[in-house]
Design a protein around this ligand. Structure first.
Ligand SMILES: *Cc1c(COP(=O)(O)O)cnc(C)c1O
Length: 396
């Protein structure tokens, strides 16, 4: 049995997404900038998608710019906020230590251009308090960027409170909502969000497509050069099939959320209880303030990579915090940010479940993880030292 438990990495495109995309790939391939019929049909599909995406987050269609994904939307939001601040002589930006690299690396680039960046510490529960943002504000603060929900540990941030604070202080507020859109209810107006990033493939849409919401009055700055598509805000021929697929997936995700969200959260809680029965294991991130599908653990005396490979042999796709994809063995910056020591951060496991998983699969995951952890500990010299009292446990 194959069990896909890595929905934070990417999701399976939904039937609704595929149904929206296929006709646009086969017949409706016109360029939306062309004036003849199939071009104008593509333009209609594009504007239809824009209205759907806007409605899903409580925005107006004119406030949505389509991008190539979450990374581009994050980059564009940060450069936009930075440029608008600089015009008023404000060059300070506040963010957090556990943002996605799309945000952290864009901020590094802005630092090189002379901006001052404050990265807030993250408490052990993985929820950045609004008071920490308030304490970091300076007279020259232009922009605050705090992710809606963390992609590794799934913790949800107090977005409405941060939004209200920023609005009151006249500071722009961006949120990387890539993990939240389609999974949590979002209302950009009620939550005082000025800019928001999303990505199609994190909510059962296709890859390589995303969107940036910028509140009316905030003109997105181009991050690359080309034609006048997206009303001059983002050059390049629009990927209409992917955009339509993303919009269809999002509309469905929002419509079904009241039913799916509590069901997935209950399965997640069962998963967490089952895995925490393993001795010397710990849940990363607050147990309640977390995404419905996210469970993330550290195990003492385990290497995350070997854990993943053995789970894969049992047909379970999961993820570890270590940045193994980058070829480095550095532990996750997120787990370090919440204070997990290096040796423990290496033994992490992220399970992110989706709509296709039921109780049977949850029991299989619990059994398999329990078996694999015991097997790996049986071969581990670190674990032997811990058992013999030659080392002390970090996780009790
Ligand atoms: C996946 C992800 C991104 C990047 O989105 P892409 O569409 O893959 O570029 C950014 N931020 C968060 C929190 C993510 O989970």
């Amino acid at each position: 049995m194959q069990i896909y438990a890595d929905n934070a990495a990417t999701t399976r495109p939904s039937r609704a997404a595929l149904a929206a995309m296929l006709p646009l790939l086969e017949e409706g391939y016109g360029n939306p900038s062309s004036l003849y019929t199939i071009g104008q049909k593509a333009k209609e599909a594009l504007e239809d998608a824009r209205a759907q995406v806007a409605a899903a987050i409580g925005a107006q269609p004119g406030e949505i710019t389509f991008t190539s994904g979450g990374s581009e939307a994050d980059t564009q939001a940060l450069f936009t906020g930075a440029a608008l601040g600089a015009r008023k002589g404000k060059k300070h930006i506040i963010s957090t230590k556990f943002e996605h690299h799309a945000v952290l690396h864009a901020l590094e680039a802005l630092e090189k251009q002379g901006y001052a960046v404050t990265l807030l510490d993250v408490p052990e529960n993985g929820v950045v308090p609004v008071e920490a943002v308030a304490a970091a504000l300076r007279p020259d603060t232009a922009l605050v960027s705090v992710m809606y929900a963390n992609n590794e540990i799934g913790t949800i941030q107090p977005i409405a409170a941060i939004g209200a604070l920023c609005r009151e202080k006249g500071v722009l507020f961006h949120t990387d909502a890539v993990q939240a859109v389609g999974h949590l209810p979002i209302d950009v107006k009620a939550q005082n969000i000025d800019m928001l990033s999303m990505s199609g493939h994190k909510f059962h849409g296709p890859k390589g497509v995303g969107a940036l919401y910028c509140r009316r009055g905030i003109l997105p700055q181009n991050v690359f050069y080309g034609g006048a598509q997206e009303r001059g805000r983002r050059p390049g021929t629009e990927n209409v099939p992917a955009i339509a697929g993303m919009a269809a997936a999002l509309t469905e995700a929002v419509a079904t959320m009241p039913e799916t969200s509590p069901r997935i959260a209950a399965l997640r809680d069962r998963l967490i209880r089952g895995i925490l029965a393993i001795p010397h294991s710990v849940l990363n991130g607050d147990a309640r303030q977390r995404l419905p599908g996210n469970a993330n653990f550290c195990f003492e005396g385990i290497e995350g990579e070997s854990l993943l490979l053995l789970l894969d042999q049992k047909g379970i796709s999961a993820s570890s915090g270590s940045a193994c994809t980058s070829g480095s063995l550095d532990p996750s910056h997120v787990l370090l940010a919440i204070g997990r020591p290096h040796e423990v951060a290496h033994g992490s496991l992220r399970l992110t479940i989706g709509e296709d998983i039921g109780e049977k699969e949850i029991e299989t995951i619990i059994e398999s993880v329990t078996e694999v952890v015991a097997y790996l500990r049986g071969m581990s010299p670190v674990w032997r030292d811990l058992q013999e009292g030659k080392r002390s446990y970090v996780i009790q």
